[in-house]
Design a protein. Structure first.
Lengths: 114, 115
């Protein structure tokens, strides 16, 4: 079945460092891909999405490109801030037979130190 | 604020009990999804309703059930609760059903603790 694999955390970076969180997927069809962020004690917020191959999603300085050839959707940010500390989830939409649930990776916890 | 509301925020109960979690979707959204987040299982899809009808089931236990009402709010009923049911339960909503580009917006979650 469809699945999402993302890099294990936690990831600890200093402020202004470059961030990459790897995400790869397995899907039989043409899913949409999403990054959600969960701040401590809160629900999931959509960070960005891409709906077809070579699309780039971007928001708040974060970017991710839908790479069908490598089945990847890596999250990047050029300069992280302390306020970016959160758990990041990669997800794909599984609308083939199941009418629409998201399949999530296990999440990557990011801590940014001042 | 996503526009999706969930009540209650926290729920503490005992094994064997039954609880009801409530979700109100964003205005205009017809789909409601329920997810369970636990440390060992991560985020797991439970069930999806669209305009009052069940559309898909995921890893939902038989002790759990859900429904979506005519005003589109949804309730998730958990019965014969076990310690392992302790988790964060999220509701999400979207406009459509069955369209991969549709975005799901999540509520703040209900944290269930079973003692």
């Amino acid at each position: 079945g469809n699945s999402v694999t993302q890099m294990e955390g936690p990831v600890t970076l200093s402020e202004e460092a470059f961030l990459t969180i790897n995400c790869t997927y397995t899907a039989t069809g043409y899913p949409s891909l999403f990054w959600y962020v969960q701040y401590p004690g809160e629900g999931l917020q959509l960070l960005l999405k891409a709906t077809k191959a070579d699309d780039k999603g971007s928001n708040k300085g974060f970017e991710a490109t839908y790479r069908k050839e490598t089945t990847s959707f890596h999250l990047e940010k050029g300069s992280v801030q302390v306020s970016d500390s959160a758990v990041y989830f990669c997800a794909l939409s599984d609308y083939g037979g199941s009418q629409g649930n998201l399949i999530f990776g296990k999440g990557t916890k990011l801590s940014v130190k001042p | 604020d996503s526009g999706v509301t969930q009540t209650p925020k926290h729920l503490i109960t005992a094994t064997g009990q039954r609880v009801t979690l409530r979700c109100s979707p964003r205005s205009g959204d017809l789909s409601v999804y329920w997810y369970q987040q636990s440390l060992d299982q991560g985020l797991q899809f439970l069930i999806h309703y669209y305009n009052g009808e069940e559309r898909a089931k995921g890893n939902i236990l038989e002790r759990f059930s859900a429904q979506q009402f005519p005003d589109l709010h949804s309730e998730l009923n958990l019965s014969s609760l076990e310690l392992g049911d302790s988790a964060l339960y999220f509701c999400a909503s979207s406009v459509f059903s069955g369209i991969s580009t549709d975005t799901q917006y999540f509520g703040p979650g209900t944290r269930l603790t079973v003692l």
